[in-house]
Design a protein around this ligand. Structure first.
Ligand code: PLP
Length: 416
């Protein structure tokens, strides 16, 4: 089989060191853990865990304000992290990197700071039908407040968005396009290049929800020419509570602050204030310093491996999993996009996703069951939920084989 041939070529051991991940050595119910819930969050290598401990043991202080050694070290670490992120996604400048709590907060920041200033009654925002709630609800809130309208690019049966329908949605009222770069349900990598080009022809900015793409694909914001890009550290080996909003300088300069407080100001009077420079204008209060430092370490880890190796390996392991899964009786796989990442949503006939997830958990396999924060997708597919297996570079072909065995056992177990 072609995939098995490739498997031999891409040696699992090459550059990928599973022993770096202490949690992958855990046993769950007396079985070695098989962690296939990477779209929800990834595991952390000890390099990232050590960086957090090192920071708290040696450098901890508040950033930007302190005139002492520890404060200088903390500030240097935090700003170095910003520079690392900028370099990783090839931002034009560090100023274009705003630290947030995650993708969700990054999108809310745009909806609040950019949306409240520029979106008016009658304006239209184009989303797709396959958005995570994080890239839907902030726009619903904004649309309601401003009297704007949301328009949706439909997805087709194979889980790809319909580019021709997108073209029809564009008009003089379109103010923003906000779409997922890679779907957390179908794994689809959307035709963002064409979308961005078309949007810019109309003078409309584009936000990419990159929660599932930045951890898995090389992403170059200058090449993409996207206007906003949001992602989360915890989905790419980093700590929870840290994420990134990338935005072009000009947009950030023109946006109002997101939250008020310390750090985001320049001069304050009792009745008024002036704002700090970007990116600090958008970072009110004490930031997640350790989180940013941990994220920088995660990026170092990914860069050592190289995103190209990671992508290739993940594509291969996903193809391997898909071939084996498609051969199972009674399985429905949602999403068959030609360009896709390592997220596979499926259902087994007559088995409720929660029962299946519970069954797999009994064998040490962690998958997700539910609507995956994408209820409109489930509604369109006329299902309540799916089971989702999502892979990262530390997963192995052997784990996939074990997972397939257990799926077969589950099908028999629940048969009636
Ligand atoms: N967007 C997509 C496509 C996601 O998959 C997720 C998380 O699963 C999010 C947004 C939200 O990310 P976070 O919860 O880290 O803010």
């Amino acid at each position: 089989m072609e995939v098995l041939e490739k498997k031999r070529q891409i040696n699992y051991g090459e550059g990928i060191n599973r022993d770096d991940f202490p949690i992958l050595l855990e046993t769950i119910r007396n079985h070695p853990v098989v962690y296939f819930d990477n779209a929800a969050t990834t595991q952390k290598p000890k390099q990232v865990i050590d960086a957090l401990v090192k920071y708290y043991e040696h450098d901890n202080a508040n950033v930007h304000r302190a005139i002492h050694q520890l404060g200088e070290r903390a500030t240097a670490g935090f700003e170095k992290a910003r520079n690392k992120v900028a370099e990783f996604i090839n931002a034009h400048s560090d100023k274009e990197i705003i630290f947030t709590r995650g993708t969700t907060e990054a999108i809310n920041l745009v909806a609040t700071s950019w949306g409240r200033k520029f979106v008016e009654s009658g304006d239209e925002i184009i989303l797709s039908e396959m958005e995570h709630h994080s890239n839907l609800i902030p726009w619903q809130l904004l649309a309601k407040e401003r009297g704007a309208h949301l328009r949706f690019i439909p997805f087709k049966e194979d889980g790809t968005i319909d580019y021709n329908e997108f073209i029809k949605l564009m008009n003089k009222n379109t103010k923003l396009i906000a779409i997922t770069h890679m779907s957390n349900v179908f794994g689809t990598i959307n035709p963002f290049k064409k979308i961005i080009r078309t949007a810019h022809d109309w003078g409309v900015p584009v936000l990419l929800d990159a929660a599932q793409s930045v951890p898995h694909l090389p992403v170059d914001v200058q090449q993409l020419d996207c206007d906003f890009l949001a992602f989360s550290g915890h989905k790419m080996l980093g700590p929870t509570g840290i994420g990134v909003l990338y935005a072009k300088t000009q947009l950030l300069e023109n946006m109002d602050p997101y939250q008020g407080g310390g750090e985001m100001i320049n001069t304050v009077w009792l009745e008024k204030a002036t704002w700090n420079e970007i990116p600090h204008k958008f970072e009110a209060g004490t930031p997640n310093i350790a989180g940013a430092i941990g994220l920088a370490e995660a990026i170092d880890y990914l860069q050592d491996l190289t995103m190209e190796t990671l992508t290739l390996y993940e594509q291969d392991i996903t193809t391997y999993a898909l071939e084996k899964m498609m051969a199972l009786d009674g399985i429905t796989i949602y999403g068959q996009a030609p360009e896709r990442g390592g997220v596979v949503s499926f259902n087994l006939e007559n088995v409720h996703p929660h029962d299946l997830a519970h069954f797999l958990d009994q064998h040490g396999i962690a998958v997700r069951a539910g609507h995956h924060c994408a209820q409109p997708i489930m509604r369109k597919l006329e299902i309540a939920s799916t089971t989702r297996a999502s892979f990262y570079f530390y997963n192995t072909y052997e784990e996939i084989d074990y997972f397939i065995d257990k799926l077969q056992e589950a099908a028999k177990f629940f048969a009636f």
